[in-house]
Design a protein around this ligand. Structure first.
Ligand SMILES: [Zn+2]
Ligand SMILES: [Zn+2]
Length: 412
């Protein structure tokens, strides 16, 4: 089973640069079973990207999918008018919902395209579309079993569990803890899951205060459920529109302290079950969506650059995330440099047993954000996302996985 995230944001799309690593599109997940059959979970604005990807993949061949909706709030249906496979004859989609059935389900989904809200109605969608109620009992879909559980959310919502090929995946979003019936149902749904995607819109503090009753949850409740129910991987999802990348990093890291196998859902994240390979699309430095594994680290970093008057400058900080094409680090103040900066990572003697080992790479800062009291270090600083320079004659050393060309130095 392969799960791919196309939209991870809650409530409303947030297309802003400061959200670009996690992404601003609302909820949409693609699930592929071993026979390549396709399940779509929720139809938020991320569905547009999924549609383009499917058209690239299938070309003239017909696309068939089962679509399961958690509920009908905008952030879970607003991608439907922009999903181009709906407009192509020969494609076939089966919509399912626990909450509504038949024509009522059809009207709920298609109502968003009624005059005057959209220039065409769903009648111009040439693909065959069927609408049916999903019963509360588990159902079979090809070689998979799907079941649902009620979530605690205004106007209702359901979570889904998909079991196939010996692994299990749970989507539990738009739910608030504190209702015994829902809490119990969610725990039954989550039991022993290989991966659980969970609503982490708010902080535990917000959830206990101003956001109580809004129908969402926090990373802390996700951690509790994961620990109680033997969930193997926790993926924080439905990020608040006001949470930017640096803020979400902080939430993810707090959750990781309690439950190390926690990830923050971002657009492009893929989870392959049962082996559990989790990869992130790296979105640093442009629109190219390339699959890339990110390594969470906490290593001293020294950054060296020349300022606009050509004076050499340097700053010490902490590197947090490294991938083949980018690095994310914190330094005390902003870096203003036209040229790529030199980033030097220090692998301490405790790790190398050969003295401190320094790894140098060139990186171009693509985004800098002021952060306050984040990531366990008190005080303020700058969070900097930098793209590793691929044009340099000197290859960035950290990108070589087999035989890193390192410069060594021994410090006392
Ligand atoms: Zn939502
Ligand atoms: Zn909702």
């Amino acid at each position: 089973m392969l799960i791919r995230f196309w939209g991870v944001r809650g409530s409303t799309p947030t297309p802003e640069p400061k959200n670009s690593r996690y992404g601003g599109n609302t909820a949409c997940l693609e699930v592929r079973l071993a026979d390549n059959s396709l399940i779509i979970l929720d139809c938020g604005s991320g569905m547009r990207g999924l549609g383009k990807s499917l058209q690239d993949e299938f070309g003239e061949r017909p696309i068939q999918a089962s679509v399961y909706l958690t509920h009908f709030h905008w952030d879970h249906i607003q991608g439907i008018p922009f999903f181009t496979p709906f407009y192509r004859r020969g494609n076939r989609f089966k919509f399912h919902s626990v909450l509504r059935s038949g024509s009522e389900l059809k009207d709920t989904i298609e109502g968003q395209m009624a005059n005057p809200y959209f220039p065409v109605n769903m009648g111009v969608m040439a693909a065959q579309r069927d609408f049916s109620k999903m019963e509360k009992e588990p159902i079979r879909l090809q070689d998979a079993t799907l079941r649902s559980a009620p979530m605690n959310h205004p106007q209702g919502c359901v979570g889904y569990r998909i079991e196939a090929e010996g692994s299990s995946f749970v989507l539990a979003t738009d739910t608030e803890p504190g209702s015994p019936m829902h809490d119990k149902a969610l725990r039954e749904l989550a039991r022993d899951a290989d991966a659980m995607v969970y609503d982490a819109q708010y902080t535990p503090e917000q959830l206990a205060g101003e956001k109580k009753g809004w129908g969402h949850s926090s990373w802390l409740e996700g951690v509790r459920i994961a620990q109680e129910c033997n969930v193997k991987r926790l993926i924080l999802f439905h990020h608040d529109p006001d949470s930017d990348d640096a803020y979400i990093d902080g939430l993810v890291m707090r959750a990781q302290q309690e439950f190390p196998n926690t990830w923050g859902a971002n657009e492009g994240l893929r989870i392959s079950l049962p082996d559990g390979v989790v990869s992130h699309t790296n979105r640093l430095g442009g629109s190219e969506r390339r699959m890339d594994r990110r390594y969470h680290v906490e290593l001293p970093v020294r950054v060296m650059w020349r300022d606009s008057s050509g004076e050499p400058r340097e700053a010490d900080g902490v590197a947090k995330d490294i991938s083949r094409s980018g690095i994310y680090f914190f330094v005390p103040s902003a870096i203003s440099a036209e040229e790529p900066v030199q980033v030097e990572l220090v692998l301490p003697d405790e790790l190398t047993h050969q003295g401190d080992m320094r790894i140098q790479m060139l990186a171009k800062p693509v985004r800098q954000e002021r952060v306050v009291n984040t990531l366990r270090e008190p005080g303020t600083g700058m969070a900097i996302a930098a793209a590793l320079d691929e044009s340099s004659d000197e290859p960035p050393i950290a990108r070589t996985e087999s035989e890193p060309t390192t410069t060594k130095s021994h410090s006392r």
